[in-house]
Design a protein. Structure first.
Length: 304
């Protein structure tokens, strides 16, 4: 008999009244296999370095492509909310803030079932994204986010472009000698690097696979690692859920990095829109693979 377990996804809905605030919970009960699961599925990377996979919904064979993003909830463009008849479950009156500081309303919907490879999820919650989200990206329509990823061991294998989702790290059959642990802290679904040394300066960073670059630093921290003002100044575009904006950014091509047992070099960016310290997807592409072990609260890269 196939075993399943229940995950309660709760949101706080703040309802303002004249004399008091009433808080109630919006709950979506997601059902996953209870043990022994391991699915692997090919991933694609587009010209913007976004990594996305095919999913199927409600026992339909039509693929729906979602970008991997551990730093956001699972989400989809508004068009698919309505055409695929997802069930409305509630809203949060506090707007969600995008990386560049813009806001949009948090409305949540539920999907009966989703397949990722041979892994079946039931009652999956989705945050509604603006209507133009998919049109701006072309290759994917939303995000596969932390409300799903945080219950798995996630392995991104760059050697054969395969994403693994498993219940336990042992099922990945990786050689323990090939794993290099990074200094991380897991709190709920968030992953931070408390002492991430860049050019011998210790910075607190967050893991954000939705950020397609290597490392991103806010202005004050970037100045601290670029004392000699050697960074290149360029112009480009930054795309978030609210659209695309022209950006002025500074780039250090080769900064020294130390985190836990890992020592390497990579590029570091600061842009005029996003004021966060992030470790992005492209940082890990220099390795054969990265493993995010949410149950074990560890993050590993392959030994170089």
């Amino acid at each position: 008999m196939k075993k399943e377990y229940v995950i309660l996804f709760s949101l706080l809905l703040l309802c303002s009244c004249q004399t008091f605030n009433t808080i109630r919970k919006i709950s979506v009960t997601m059902i996953m296999p209870t043990e022994g699961f391991h699915t692997q599925i090919p991933f694609l990377i587009d010209s913007t370095r976004s990594l996305f996979i095919a999913t199927t919904w409600n026992n339909n064979t039509k693929p729906y492509y979602l970008k991997i993003d551990n730093h956001a909830p699972t989400a989809v463009d508004s068009y698919y909310i309505h055409t695929d008849k997802l069930r409305y479950v509630g809203a949060v009156s506090i707007p969600k803030r995008t990386p560049e500081g813009k806001k949009f309303k948090q409305k949540y919907y539920s999907l009966d079932n989703m397949h990722i490879g041979n892994l079946e999820l039931k009652n999956v919650s989705f945050l509604q994204l603006p209507y133009n989200y998919a049109a701006l990206r072309k290759h994917y329509i939303g995000l596969l986010g932390n409300n799903i990823l945080s219950h798995c061991v996630v392995m991104i294998d760059f050697r054969d472009s395969t994403l693994h989702l498993a219940s336990h790290i042992d099922s990945l059959n990786t050689d323990p000698e090939s794993l290099v642990p990074m200094n991380t802290r897991f709190f709920l679904s968030r992953i931070t690097f408390p002492k991430f040394h860049i050019n011998k300066k210790s910075k607190k960073m967050q893991l954000d696979l939705g950020y397609n670059g290597d490392l991103l630093l806010k202005h004050s921290d970037f100045r601290d690692i670029d004392k000699n003002n050697t960074a290149k100044i360029k112009k480009g575009k930054t795309t978030t859920v609210m659209g695309t904006e022209l950006t002025t950014y500074k780039l250090l091509d080769s900064a020294s990095i130390k985190s836990g047992s890992l020592q390497t070099t990579t590029s570091v960016l600061n842009n005029s829109i996003v004021e966060k310290n992030l470790v992005g997807l492209n940082f890990f592409s220099m390795f054969d693979f990265v493993i995010i072990d949410y149950p074990g609260k560890k993050l590993y890269v392959s030994r170089q």
